[in-house]
Design a protein around this ligand. Structure first.
Ligand code: BJW
Length: 240
């Protein structure tokens, strides 16, 4: 199966890679869903909402600062590295990510399209326009209040919020032009991102899933590479 996918990739002029939390799993970053997805007794779905932040901003910040600390200690893994090399070697590769951890950038991928924001960004929760990217090598900002007095919030997309319009536009354009879509380490249950591969498939693109288990996308994929991204992606690169 891997050699067949490599053949498709060699022939594809435009490749879109769509990643989710699974690609960072082997860097030690917990995924959202499943047994490892819990933080204390909360499910991510209970914390990643504007309502949770309105009701308990300190608790939500505590979760994000805990995640920042884990991510700061983590390193990009062989899967991130393989994708960064792929994008450097092949001009027609676009990397879309749902991840907010910044590990693709740290692996050397320039400007991945961040569909759910970035956890190192903070912005004013009241929308005064303040938005800043904290440095990765410094401790997270202790001051969680904006100069206007409102709370600062993580610059990520919570349930019920719109995705950044420029990222969505870039993702749709890439999907419309793709010959092949590689969907890596996502449960494919969170919309609108979960609908993107089908958009490319309708226009004739091949869809390849890389995951350790079945997802709602699996049945519709043209090929499935079963296994951890940090092993599957370097092996695929070798076969190219
Ligand atoms: C490995 C591995 C290894 C493990 N190697 N693989 C249509 C239908 C139904 C519902 C909706 C719909 N449209 C919108 C909705 C509502 C909602 C939604 O989708 N709900 C569903 C859950 C039912 N969507 C939204 O609310 C979105 N907004 C929106 O649609 O706005 C519309 C609007 C219009 C007008 C006005 C206002 C609004 C926003 C969604 C935002 C999602 N945010 C989060 C949090 C981000 C910040 C943060 O990080 O804290 O994004 S939730 C969380 O899920 C995070 C992720 O990016 C996202 C996806 O998760 P992901 O990456 O797939 O991770 P997991 O854990 O689910 O899966 C990991 C996978 O890896 C698994 O498959 C493992 O097997 C695999 N794996 N190890 C390879 N080593």
């Amino acid at each position: 199966m891997r050699d067949l996918v490599a053949t498709w990739m060699r022939a594809a002029e435009r490749i879109v890679v769509l990643t989710g939390a699974g690609i960072s799993a082997e860097s030690g970053i917990p995924v959202f869903r499943g047994a490892d997805g819990l933080w204390r007794r909360y499910r991510p779905e209970e914390l990643a909402t504007p309502e949770a932040f309105r009701e308990r901003p300190s608790l939500v910040w505590e979760w994000y600062l805990w995640r920042r600390a884990r991510i700061a200690e983590a390193r990009p893994n062989a899967g991130h590295d393989a994708l960064a090399r792929l994008a450097r070697r092949r001009p027609g590769v676009t990397l879309l990510t749902q991840n907010v951890d910044g590990l693709h950038q740290r692996a050397g991928t320039e400007r991945p399209v961040e569909l759910h924001g970035n956890l190192w960004r903070v912005r004013c929760a009241a929308g005064c326009g303040m938005s800043v990217l904290d440095a990765h090598d410094r401790p997270p900002r202790a001051e969680l209040r904006c100069a206007c007095g409102a709370w600062l919030r993580p610059g990520v997309v919570w349930f019920g919020e719109q995705l950044p319009a420029d990222a969505v536009a870039a993702a749709i354009e890439a999907m419309e032009q793709a010959n092949l879509v590689l969907v890596v380490g996502t449960s494919s249950v969170v919309y609108p991102v979960a609908a993107l591969p089908a958009m490319a498939a309708r226009r004739g693109a091949r869809v390849v899933e890389v995951n350790v288990e079945d997802t709602p996308l699996t049945g519709a994929a043209d090929a499935v590479l079963r296994g951890p991204a940090a092993a599957v992606l370097p092996a695929l690169e070798e076969a190219l």
